[in-house]
Design a protein around this ligand. Structure first.
Ligand SMILES: O=c1[nH]c(=O)c2[nH]c(=O)[nH]c2[nH]1
Length: 310
């Protein structure tokens, strides 16, 4: 005997953008890539060739476009994802869980004479804002809960000093020399959990959520960049931990922070074969070869202490 362990489907890479025309003549613009997956009483689609419970993935895509037109939250990716997910578990009796992942591409207003333009935008970075929500109605349509993990990814940063790596484990396999000054470059991938405490999510509860996702996102972005720039780094691991500590200290809405940080190595080549040029000691190193692979890969998740039970 066999059984179907996982049954989940939907649309991936739904690309949608939205213009909002404001009364003051300014426009807002967002561009999203959406993955929207459904679960529920749908196993017969797999096991019995029965498509009756199958809301087509084409319908899922249409719904993403319709919500981009109609959702009051369209400019706010966390709320938009929650709104879209809530729709699927309430519109269809047999759909009990929906997960929505959004990647927001970066469009910023073009500064003209120092002022942000009303309706012109520039892709000023490969970094993306990310959102993953699940809406869970498995305990009933009057007991809908949600989880929300937000984040940023592909934020490429580099600093040319105030990074060291010394005093590490040395044995017969070691060739690395300790350095008190090196280039530190990484592509930041950060996710953070924002608990949604309501146990009966519906449109009204969503409207009353009162979580300032924008402020939290800006704080995570600013903290990441500021700690990277200002922390005198003993290792990628130590810098990662300080970023998490600061985010948790500044944002009571956040319960857990995770970073995945590749250590993108820049190696100072030996140039002494040419007229004795010095380039290998940290104090002389000015020319570096960026190494595409391998990279270090450092992961850390930091959460708050569990509340003491009274
Ligand atoms: O910041 C670092 N952490 C490491 O664990 C490590 N390992 C290594 O070779 N270089 C580095 N740098």
């Amino acid at each position: 005997m066999v059984h179907l362990e996982t049954a989940k489907y939907g649309k991936d890479l739904v690309r949608v953008s939205r213009v909002v025309r404001n009364a003051d003549g300014t426009h807002d613009f967002v561009e999203y890539m959406i993955r929207c997956l459904l679960e529920g009483d749908i196993s017969a689609i797999w096991t019995h060739s029965d498509n009756k419970p199958c809301v087509p993935t084409d319908t899922v895509k249409n719904t993403c476009n319709i919500f981009a037109k109609t959702s009051p939250y369209v400019l706010q990716p966390e709320m938009f994802a929650l709104d879209l997910g809530l729709h699927f578990v309430t519109r269809y009796d047999h759909i009990h869980r929906c997960s929505v992942d959004i990647v927001q591409l970066k469009w910023s207003r073009i500064p003209v004479d120092g002022k942000p333009h009303k309706h012109s935008f520039v892709r000023n970075g490969d970094d993306k804002r990310t959102v993953s929500v699940t809406i869970d109605a498995t305990k009933g349509k009057n007991a809908i809960t949600a989880t929300c993990t937000a984040g940023l990814k592909d934020l490429l940063v580099l600093k040319t000093t105030e990074s060291a790596f010394e005093d590490f484990w040395v044995d017969e396999y070691t060739t690395l020399k300790p350095v008190n000054d090196r280039i530190f470059s990484t592509s930041v991938d950060c996710t953070y959990d924002v608990p949604i405490t309501t146990r009966a999510l519906n449109e009204q509860a969503l409207a009353n959520l009162g979580i300032d996702f924008e402020r939290v996102f800006r704080s995570v972005q600013d903290t990441t960049l500021r700690v990277f720039a200002e922390h005198n780094s003993a290792s990628v691991q130590a810098t990662l931990y300080i970023m998490c500590e600061e985010i948790l200290a500044k944002n009571k809405e956040v319960e857990r922070v995770k970073y995945e940080l590749p250590n993108k190595h820049y190696i100072a080549p030996d140039l002494s074969f040419f007229k004795g040029l010095k380039n290998t000691e940290p104090k002389d190193a000015e020319v570096f070869v960026p190494v595409s692979h391998p990279s270090g890969y450092i992961i850390g998740t930091v959460s708050r202490e569990p509340k003491a039970k009274l």
